[in-house]
Every structure is written in C-alpha cells, then in structure tokens.
Design a binder for this molecule. Structure first.
Ligand SMILES: [Zn+2]
Length: 384
C-alpha cells in the first residue's frame, strides 16, 4: 500500500483529539467501504416495505419497530450461525428485480450520506434467484440500482460476486454458475470474487481454487471470508487461493507467522469490528486485534459487513475506532486510505479515486474544528 499522502498526514496532526473534533472529522472524512453484503444492507424500514408485498413473509404487516426488533442483531450473540439466521428473514424479500434494485439503490444513498466515495457491494445471486428470476437477472437488477444510485447520489460502486460454502448449503453447480457469471461480467460492473459461509458444515476453501484462478485470469480482485469464526486452516487456504484481501481474518491474532506472510504479500485485511463483536468473534471492541495488526504494519481497511443486520453504518465503525481503540485523526485517515488502496479498481480508476479522496479529505481537515476541552476560551489568558 502506498503511504497516506504527506500533506494529509500533516493536516491530520493539527486536528484536536477531542471527541467532538473526531466525530466531526469522521462524518466529513471521505471513505471507501469494501466489505458490504447487499443482503445484509436492508434497513428495517425497507424490510417492512418489501414485506408488505410478500405474502409469505413472517414480517408482513408488522410495524417497523417490530421488524427492527426481529431482524437487527443489536447485541452480541454466541456464534456466527445465530447471526446467519437473521439473514433468513431478508432472503424471501429479495427475490424480485424491483427489491434487489431498490436495496442496491438505497445502499448508495446511505453511502453518499456518509461521504463514502466508493462501495464494493457483494452478494450471491443464487440466493436471490427464484422462479422466473435467474441469478443473471438478480445481478442485472443490482447493477441497475447501483447505476441509478450513482446518477442520483454521486457515489461509485462495484459488485463482488460471493461464492458460498459448504456445498451442502449451495451446490457445486450453483457455485460454478456464479463464478462463470462473475467472469462473464468482469469489468462490466463486477470487480471481484469472494467466498463466504452460508451455514455450518465443511468445505475447504481449496475446493474453490479453480474458480478463483479463472477470476484472476479475467482481471477480477480476489477476497475470501477467512478466520472469522476460527476454523483451523482457513487462513492458510485463503492465502493459497492467492487473495488480495482477507475478509475478517480475526484468527490472524493467533499466528505471527501468518501475519508476517500477509504483510509480506501486501494483502489487505477487511476488518468489521461490530460484526465481529456481535458474532462472538471478539469479546469486546477493545479486544479487537486490528489495532495491533496496524502497529505491526498490516494494511487494514474497515467496513460494516452488514449495516442492516447490525443496525450500524460506516461512520459508527470509525467512531468505534476512535472511542474504543484510541485511534486519532491520522489513524482514521490511514484506515480510510487503506480502503482506497485496496479497492478492486484498475490503476487509472484508483488514481482518480485517490485524487477525489485527497481533495475531499483536505476539505474535511481544513474546516475549522471546535477547540479542545483542555483549552476552552474561558481558560485562555486574557489580554492585558
Ligand atoms: Zn462478510
């Protein structure tokens, strides 16, 4: 990763480290979100609206607050499967072109609201597919929503196709079809390939190797969910796939050798602090290893994973970094910069994204910040 541009670093050092100044900086800071599931981004309001048109949905006819109570995982759960169960309420609502397009569109509205310049939106089109609504149509619907979102809100995006394991949950054939779809749309909306968990059970990441090789040959970026719930061998397998980024990677905390390898290869970690807390991968925000990873020289970007499921946004995750992990202005800028540097975009687009980032970050850093608590106006020496 290229270092954060020096003028931005210098300007960040002048921002006071008060909670007020950091909150203002976070809101104004340009950001990039790279680990974001489309099916995890449905807000309770939108779920309630979609459920009104879904005859079989258990959420149909419920007030928004009740929908929120049922679908938002707002406190830590014992394990990942409990959180995956929350997705069960969303899937039946997303099996139409109109619904997928709407959720993709609203996702960019939320991005623009938070100064997120570029979002990478991932999903597994076979999970949205239904009778008369094939996976290709689900992808097209998402791309339409993102394209309309760009026109209306000015926020850019790319799609990552999410393969799923184990094969007992999503068949080898369905995974092969999704991988082929990703390759066929490479450079036309699709920017990367991922593999995520669709439920308990075993399927080695190595089984996905041929699809990852084909994606690489087509110019797609590669990432994999690995080391989230601590299955042994997962991170080694992800590295063997040749990934550019690792989703979560919490289990890296157990292996200095793997961290050294990740650093040596310049692999980015997509960290999702609130998601990791709510799924039980970390015991508290303060126990999240991302701070020590950065101190060791790993490149770490931060995302929400599932803003709808967890009821958070990206600004919240940056606030967590500031409040719970002691990140100052410079650290926050570096995390945002890691998002720019890790984005699955061609070189020319990365240059353009970096330029926009620098321009917007400069403006965010130049706006006047409230004086720190330690030097309020009443404490300043009076003029004689
Ligand atoms: Zn994820």
């Amino acid at each position: 990763m290229r270092p954060l541009p020096a003028p931005l670093r210098a300007a960040a050092r002048r921002v006071p480290r008060t909670p007020e100044a950091l909150a203002r900086l976070i809101a104004a800071l340009p950001k990039v979100e790279t680990h974001l599931h489309l099916d995890g981004a449905v807000s309770a309001e939108t779920a309630a609206r979609l459920a009104a048109d879904a005859p079989g949905s258990p959420l149909r006819g419920l007030p928004v607050e009740e929908v929120r109570r049922r679908v938002v995982v707002d406190r830590p759960r014992a394990a990942l499967p409990e959180v995956l169960a929350a997705f069960g309420a969303f899937y039946p609502l997303l099996r139409s072109a109109a619904a997928v397009e709407l959720v993709a569109y609203e996702l960019l509205r939320e991005a623009a609201r938070q100064n997120v310049l570029y979002s990478e939106v991932r999903f597994a089109p076979v999970l949205q597919a239904a009778e008369g609504f094939p996976p290709e149509a689900a992808l097209d619907a998402a791309l339409r929503g993102l394209s309309r979102g760009r026109a209306d809100f000015g926020a850019d995006s790319g799609v990552i196709i999410c393969l799923l394991r184990p094969f007992s949950a999503v068949s080898r054939e369905d995974n092969a079809a999704m991988a082929a779809l990703a390759v066929s749309r490479a450079g036309r909306g699709v920017v990367g390939l991922d593999v995520a968990d669709a439920g308990a059970g075993d399927a080695r990441l190595a089984d996905y190797g041929p699809w990852f090789q084909a994606a690489r040959a087509a110019g797609l970026g590669l990432t994999a969910h690995a080391g989230e719930a601590g299955r042994p061998g997962e991170l080694e397998d992800a590295l063997a796939l040749g990934v550019d980024r690792i989703g979560h990677g919490v289990a890296l905390r157990e292996s200095p050798a793997l961290r050294a390898e990740v650093r040596r290869r310049g692999i980015f970690v997509e960290a999702n602090p609130t998601s990791n807390l709510r799924t039980g991968a970390v015991s508290s925000y303060a126990a999240h290893p991302l701070k020590s990873w950065r101190e060791e020289g790993l490149a770490v970007a931060v995302s929400t994973d599932d803003p709808g499921v967890f009821g958070v946004d990206l600004n919240h995750e940056y606030e967590v970094l500031a409040r719970e992990l002691g990140f100052g202005p410079e650290d926050l800028l570096e995390v945002a910069w890691a998002g720019v540097e890790s984005a699955f975009v061609p070189a020319a687009e990365r240059r353009a994204l970096a330029e926009r980032f620098e321009e917007r970050a400069r403006a965010a850093l130049e706006s006047p910040f409230p004086a720190g608590r330690t030097r309020s106006t009443s404490e300043r020496p009076r003029r004689p």
